[in-house]
Design a protein around this ligand. Structure first.
Ligand SMILES: CC(C)(COP(=O)(O)OP(=O)(O)OC[C@H]1O[C@@H](n2cnc3c(N)ncnc32)[C@H](O)[C@@H]1OP(=O)(O)O)[C@@H](O)C(=O)NCCC(=O)NCCS
Length: 189
């Protein structure tokens, strides 16, 4: 294992007065993460997918137990703005990035980029050779900007509903790990 991630990773600004901290998820973030997910899907995702798809993507009420179990494994990182969850990402040991969501109040301010970077760095630090993700239409430009390329355009099924997504991948860059004593990259000010 090349790097260790813990504690506060990134501190930056997303607005004149708002500071963002990108840090490791803890159990007490559960409600904030699930709420951020719902807003992100229903407001950002809804621009690209139909109403029945959004209902299947973010069902109401959310299954909090399933969320709690999922978020307890892998590398899960949150963007925290004054105690509110503005975004989050998850990767597993094998380099699969399976969660990346930003709250609509904070989109296009660099949070998605930063969260993806941190989650990928975590996976590379755990030995992942390749980074992969099943990516939504809205997230594709961000993954491309981060060096991922489309391997397959696909239709995946979620709760019985079909979604057009992209299987995207990138070779792992062994230098892309954050060591504990390394200065993390900053967010745009
Ligand atoms: C995809 C998502 C995480 C991006 O988060 P974000 O914080 O808004 O993204 P960033 O500000 O870091 O964007 C970085 C770059 O990605 C690209 N990008 C991001 N969102 C984009 C969009 N909607 N359209 C075009 N390009 C986009 C741009 O190149 C952008 O750089 P720029 O703003 O300097 O032009 C966010 O839109 C989201 O949560 N979407 C809904 C949920 C979703 O689809 N999640 C992904 C599941 S795979």
């Amino acid at each position: 294992m090349r790097g260790v991630l813990c504690g506060v990773l990134v501190v930056g600004k997303v607005g004149c007065q708002e500071s963002v901290v990108v840090r490791v998820y803890t159990d007490s973030d559960l409600a904030g993460v699930v709420s951020c997910f719902a807003r992100s899907v229903r407001e950002i995702g809804a621009r690209y997918y139909a109403r029945h798809q959004i209902a299947a993507w973010a069902p109401e009420p959310p299954d909090m137990e399933t969320w709690a179990i999922r978020l307890r494994t892998g590398g899960v990182f949150v963007a925290d703005i004054d105690g509110c969850i503005a975004g989050f990402a998850r990767a597993d040991d094998g380099g699969v990035v399976d969660l990346l969501y930003v709250h609509p109040d904070y989109e296009r301010r660099g949070l998605g980029r930063e969260l993806l970077h941190v989650a990928c760095s975590w996976a590379v630090g755990r030995g992942a050779q390749k980074l992969t993700a099943d990516v939504s239409i809205v997230a594709r430009p961000l993954f491309e900007a981060m060096g991922f390329r489309v391997e397959t355009e696909q239709v995946v099924e979620r709760r019985g509903v079909a979604f057009r997504t992209f299987r995207m991948a990138r070779e792992a860059d062994p230098d892309q790990t954050l060591a504990q004593d390394e200065s993390p990259p900053g967010l745009p000010v």
